[in-house]
Design a protein around this ligand. Sequence first.
Ligand code: SF4
Ligand code: SF4
Length: 254
Amino acid sequence: MNDINFECTECGKCCHDLRLALTIAEAVAWLARGGKMEVICEAIPWPVEPEPGNAQAGYKRARSSPAMSGSLPVRISIVLAAAFNGACPNLRADMRCGIYEQRPLVCRIYPAEINPFVELVPENKACPSEAWQNKPLQRQGIFVDATTVEQIEQSRRANQLEAPLRMQVCLELGLTTAALANEGFVMYSPDSEALLSALRRIHATAQSQEAAQWTFVSNRAETVETLLSVGATGHLAEPTAAGNFRYHGFFAPS
Ligand code: SF4
Ligand code: SF4
């Protein structure tokens, strides 16, 4: 793995057109400030538990919640995402963050990767070429800065610990349709007040739930047929967004 240097130029490019994955406390703060959020859901068919040594499956398992789709066991991965097109509502005219001391963890960690199975590739980041110099960021694949390492750990821990709470929020709001993982996402844009109130409620009353019923949605007929053939429930996505629901497929409809 290449050694990587980095020093932020404060260009503000990474603060535009984003879906920022937030912890529950961050989501409450974001909504309380008037920000918009989306709830992004994908479902992973999980008919059997993976081998204990399968680290990648273990990582996915820890960040998702068990559910059923028809008779098919699935795991639901849910992201609470601050959503904005154009500049972040907190970005000041001088390209500084207006909530710098309270900015989300994910903003503090950028451009480092949180997922240990995703390699940091400078070309995939918004940062200009002149940012990739000066200070050591990564040596032999390991982040050098202790604060960044701690923040990544904090983010992974929160993601894991809060998985059942994110499921509870979805059930409270009646959001039980998900895309097939690696084929697309379902993006819900719930009413901000309703989401805020659900987040506050579940924060106070965290509890484990029965495995809920979820439904797959896909823009590909063969995916729906395959899912139905293994006992899942599913249907084709409407070609246009409806209400607070949007399907974003990675592949052309078929
Ligand atoms: S919260 Fe601050 S750092 Fe994060 S995207 Fe918005 S302006 Fe940028
Ligand atoms: S895009 Fe990179 S260099 Fe520019 S403000 Fe964001 S982190 Fe800093």
